[in-house]
Design a protein around this ligand. Structure first.
Ligand code: HH2
Length: 281
């Protein structure tokens, strides 16, 4: 169990969270890891490519996605966690907003909660995460996946995010949690227009000023397709690499990506250049 974030974060460069979706319908990798052996192979490949964390999700949250039953989520997720048991050095986070699913995942070695509802999806989740003592990703989402892209509006998206994170961290503390375990994620693409996503990426420093680690999930998302006029998610890999480079520059603590090797390469090269400058100073 990763009980503090200290062992997880590395100052000066983002950690890489590899995405493993065990779903039939995720927007870019749906259906690729439904067979347990395929999911395990993908997880091991991400680890050997340099992932620092593996994020396993069993429900798609793409815009318009319909909810699935608890049984379906458990049936997709738990066999994969069981098959991974003891085979990975890196910690596993679980992308779920259901407390009973996360409780079962904890029993199977999960070490981090990635909750796209920031503990609002299930009244039991905050106290479970608090008592588990694990790091918790609090992601911002406006509405829910079915409705979130219906004309999202904010007065000032970054100010709204800051207020939201303060409120969700307070809720976690109120449930007995320790705010030092929270990782803040602006939820790129979750109830945001292209302009909102770009404003967030341009003003990451304001989120960093909250004093908590920041996670960014831009990988292959449709706002990149909007910029480039490219509908195919797999065609957005260079665009994703650009966001990883920007994340490095902005001191973002974690990037959540499908192509782990691409992100690791970007970060390694930028770190080498920065370190050369330091040595030369
Ligand atoms: N994005 C997705 C899912 N989970 N979790 C966090 N913390 N941040 C994100 O940006 C984020 C997330 C959506 O991407 P993906 O998992 O690839 O797709 P899908 O939801 O269709 O499975």
């Amino acid at each position: 169990m990763v009980s503090t974030l200290d062992g997880l974060l590395r100052s000066g460069r983002p950690r890489v969270m590899g995405i493993l979706n065990v779903t039939p319908d995720s927007f870019s990798d749906g259906g690729r890891h439904l067979v347990v052996d395929d999911a395990v192979a993908a997880a091991l490949r991400m680890e050997s490519d340099g992932a620092d964390i593996l994020d396993v999700g069993a429900v798609s949250t793409r815009p318009g996605a319909e909810p699935v039953s608890v049984e379906t989520e458990r049936d997709r997720l738990l066999p994969v966690l069981e098959a991974l048991g003891g085979r990975l050095e890196i910690p596993v986070s679980v992308d779920t907003d259901r407390a009973c699913v996360f409780a079962a995942a904890l029993d199977r070695g999960a070490a981090i909660l990635n909750d796209v509802t920031a503990l609002r999806g299930d009244p039991e989740m905050a106290s479970l995460a608090a008592s588990a003592g694990c790091p918790v990703v609090l992601m911002h989402m406006r509405g829910d996946p079915r409705t979130m892209q219906d004309a999202p509006r904010y007065d000032d998206v970054v100010e709204d995010l800051k207020a939201f994170f303060e409120e969700r961290m307070a809720a976690f503390v109120g449930a007995g949690g320790d705010a030092s375990r929270c990782i803040l994620d602006p939820g790129i693409g979750f109830g945001k227009t292209l302009e909102h996503n770009l404003a967030i990426l341009a003003r990451i420093d304001e989120l960093k000023a909250l004093g908590r680690p920041v996670l960014l999930g831009c990988s292959r998302k449709s706002f990149l397709g909007r910029i480039l006029d490219r509908s195919e998610p797999l065609g957005r890999e260079y665009a994703t690499a650009a966001t990883t480079a920007r994340a490095f520059h902005d001191g973002v603590d974690m990037v959540r990506v499908h192509d782990v090797r691409a992100a690791v390469d970007v970060i390694e090269v930028l770190a080498a250049i920065r370190d050369a400058r330091r040595k030369g100073d």
